[in-house]
Design a protein around this ligand. Structure first.
Ligand code: PLP
Length: 409
């Protein structure tokens, strides 16, 4: 096989400029370590933005993918397949849900959820019941419907006209929701912790209040657990920390441990509205994705993995506290489980991307959630030694960035 050396410069030549990837090109990973083309090593505190929940090249996922690759890749949805049925059985057994629709991504899972919410309203209450309420700063994907439900205007600008019947209210503000909701509302859509919006958790009372308002107005509660799901917060799904159950839940990212798959879970009450022919996806529910997701779920949905999410979080918090004692740059460390946001102090607001770049140069991959928050979404099974080593690298990175910024000021 011939191999042509490609570089980051080629990106600008042949790729649409919707991304601006970093200069290094990772070529392999194992556990929570990644190596680039020049064999530089990085500790991965990002996990592909909360995707690689079992790290890179987890042996069981690799084995499952290879086994399924030898058997069956694709047939179309004119046939069902064994991995899809097994995965759906496991997801429904483990959650509030009775039924599953498989997609390939979080955005697609949400698209299905929003369409189902509208269709359920239409079927049961008539065409007027079509309004969707979502929250400022919420993020639900990049399709036209999902940027419209998302609460970040910057993702809609230039793409108008967007679908109508959608409004946004401040997150964690029950009074605002009470004002906005009506009998025309078919769904309220929320993330149990806003990820892209800055790692913001609502209060338990807010979650309960949202559920009650939905019930009062016959509106469905759609929980977008694309980022918070599949063990990320220490429970299989974040709603399980509360007594609130959704009508529809979307999941993706960690579901395939890095293999693209998404799913919409729902109750028997609403599922009939997605009746035969109303929705579909060529690849959704394909045997490869479902086989890998089943293997990932089997590993993640165990007390051993879920319980250690909180001990690993405690280690992250302790290490971040040490860094803060030395550098004094964090004003708040928040989130749940291994979805961790560290908000910078006002002095450093707007500079999150600088710290991300500094971390990369020091050999640790982190994320940001907006301009003011550093975000950490590592593998759920990241070894403690990697957390400690990654934090030592982050310590050096903070030192370098702080010095450079102070010199430039
Ligand atoms: N919903 C949430 C809460 C997300 O965090 C994301 C991605 O970051 C999405 C939806 C979109 O998922 P995808 O990029 O797989 O379409």
């Amino acid at each position: 096989m011939t191999s042509t050396q490609v570089t980051r410069a080629d990106f600008d030549e042949v790729m649409v400029p919707n991304y601006n990837p970093q200069q290094f090109i990772p070529v392999r990973g194992a556990g929570s370590r990644v190596w680039d083309q020049n064999d530089n090593e990085y500790i991965d505190f990002a996990g592909g933005i909360a995707v690689n929940a079992l790290g890179h090249a987890h042996p069981k996922l690799v084995e499952t993918l290879k086994e399924q690759a030898d058997k069956l890749w694709h047939l179309s949805n004119t046939c069902t397949n064994e991995p899809a049925l097994r995965l759906a059985q496991k997801l429904t057994a483990a959650t509030f849900a009775d039924k599953v629709f498989f997609a390939n991504s979080g955005g697609e899972a949400n698209e299905a959820a929003f369409k189902l919410a509208r269709k359920y309203g239409f079927d049961n209450f008539g065409p007027e019941k079509n309004e969707i309420i979502a929250f400022h700063q919420g993020f639900h994907g990049r399709t036209l419907f999902t940027v419209s439900v998302g609460g970040q205007e910057k993702y809609r600008i230039g793409f108008e006209p967007v679908p109508g019947g959608i409004s946004h209210v401040p997150f964690n503000d029950l009074e605002a929701l009470k004002e906005a909701i009506s009998d025309r509302t078919c769904a309220v859509v929320m993330e149990p912790i806003q990820g892209e919006g800055g790692v913001l958790s609502p209060s338990a009372d807010f979650m309960r209040g949202v559920r009650e308002l939905c019930d009062q107005h016959n509106a469905l509660l759609v929980l977008d657990e694309v980022q918070t799901g599949v063990g990320r917060t220490g429970k299989l799904y974040a709603y399980m920390h509360s007594d609130v159950k959704p009508d529809i839940l979307t999941t993706a990212k960690a579901l395939g441990g890095g293999f693209p798959i998404g799913a919409m879970l729902c109750t028997d009450k609403v599922a009939p509205s997605l009746n035969f022919g109303t929705h579909g996806s060529t690849y959704g529910g394909n045997p490869l994705g479902c086989a890998v997701a089943e293997a990932a779920l089997d590993i993640i949905n165990t007390p051993e993995v879920l319980e250690q999410v909180n001990t690993k979080r405690a280690l992250f918090e302790a290490e971040l506290e040490k860094l803060n004692a030395k550098h004094g740059i964090f004003k708040d460390v928040r989130g749940g489980g291994l979805l961790i946001g560290a908000e910078l102090t006002e002095e450093w607001h707007g500079k999150a991307a600088k710290f991300l770049a500094g971390a990369r140069d020091a050999g640790v991959m982190i994320l940001v959630a907006g301009p003011n928050v550093l975000r950490f979404t590592p593998s759920l099974i990241i070894p403690d030694a990697d957390i400690i080593e990654g934090m030592a690298r982050l310590d050096k990175a903070l030192e370098v960035v702080i010095k450079a910024e102070q010199a430039a000021a």
